[in-house]
Ligand binder design. Structure first.
Ligand code: AMP
Length: 286
């Protein structure tokens, strides 16, 4: 069993037109490849919701703010295709950069508000690159459903906002973060961790969870976040880019837990940047 691979927009459109003729529902799962269980959980969820599932594999140069990071990003297309086939994914769409951004390409999709702060503050241009490529993938596939991981929570909210604002008729389906047994969120970047770094990496999600629980029980926000920062650094992380409490819906900063919130973090462990986030629901003390 093999998953068909398509590299051109024209061929993709032919296949999608035939599916439309059959009246089936179509889902898209955008990825940059190097597929792990996190990605595969999105594909499984998509297969439950839609009759046809397109997985996209495109390492998008426009969303890398560092050329070195882009150059180092691994590519494992054969292995990725082999992982998708047994799940029953219907198509792997893997265009090259010239197909996605032909000569004279000049359009950028930029989403204000949700893209500001957090990763947006530390990765200039990143979310413009994400919004531009995801808008193109939505229009190229004309999918009814788009599946995204909560692991990249700011990206998820940005994609939702973009699709609504541009009237792209797609329903965005969020999927929970898949974690290793010790709690570390699965990420294509985890392979860059040395054994010593991997041994302490799980302390990021454990501090995050513990902090979320303390905040939910009414612990004061600013001192609790300060203690969490100290705990992350004491665990061996080199630098914290941000650790912030944000409104879950629009990602506006929050200083008290009067509505559903998300605690989000980005931190460097040696030369690897890791991100994570958890939901906080206020525990009623009434
Ligand atoms: P990427 O290939 O890193 O661009 O990720 C592609 C999609 O997989 C995005 O929607 C991510 O949020 C999602 N994803 C990545 N890691 C995980 C994870 N550990 N759990 C759930 N979804 C994930």
């Amino acid at each position: 069993m093999r998953v068909p691979i398509v590299r051109s927009v024209a061929r993709l459109r032919q296949i999608v037109a035939a599916w439309r003729g059959e009246g089936v529902g179509i889902a898209v799962v955008p990825t940059m490849g190097v597929l792990h269980e996190g990605h595969l959980s999105l594909v499984r969820a998509a297969l439950e919701k839609a009759d046809r599932v397109i997985v996209t594999l495109f390492v998008n140069p426009k969303q890398f703010n560092s050329q070195a990071d882009f150059a180092e990003y691994p590519s494992t297309e054969d292995e990725d295709a082999a992982k998708l086939a047994p799940l029953g994914a219907h198509l792997l769409y893997a265009p090259d950069a010239e197909e996605m951004y032909p000569a004279a390409f000049a359009t950028t999709v930029s989403v204000s508000g949700v893209s500001e702060g957090l990763c947006g503050a530390f990765r200039p241009g990143h979310f413009d690159g994400v919004a531009t490529v995801v808008a193109k993938l939505f229009l190229q596939t004309s999918a009814d459903f788009g599946f995204f991981g909560e692991k990249d929570f700011q990206q998820l909210q940005l994609v939702r906002r973009m699709a609504r604002d541009l009237d792209i008729p797609i329903t965005i389906v969020p999927c929970p973060t898949v974690r290793e047994a010790d709690g570390l969120a699965l990420s294509s970047r985890n392979v860059r961790l040395s054994p010593a770094e991997r041994a302490v990496a799980h302390k990021l999600p454990s501090v995050l969870l513990e902090t979320a629980e303390r905040l939910a029980r009414g612990s004061p926000v600013l001192p609790t976040l300060a203690e969490a920062r100290a705990a992350i650094l004491a665990a061996g992380y080199r630098e914290i880019e941000y650790l912030e409490l944000r409104d879950e819906a629009d990602l506006r900063p929050m200083t008290s837990l009067d509505r559903p919130a998300r605690l989000l973090v980005a931190a460097w462990l040696g030369g690897t940047r890791l991100i994570d986030n958890v939901r906080i629901s206020r525990v009623s003390t009434d």
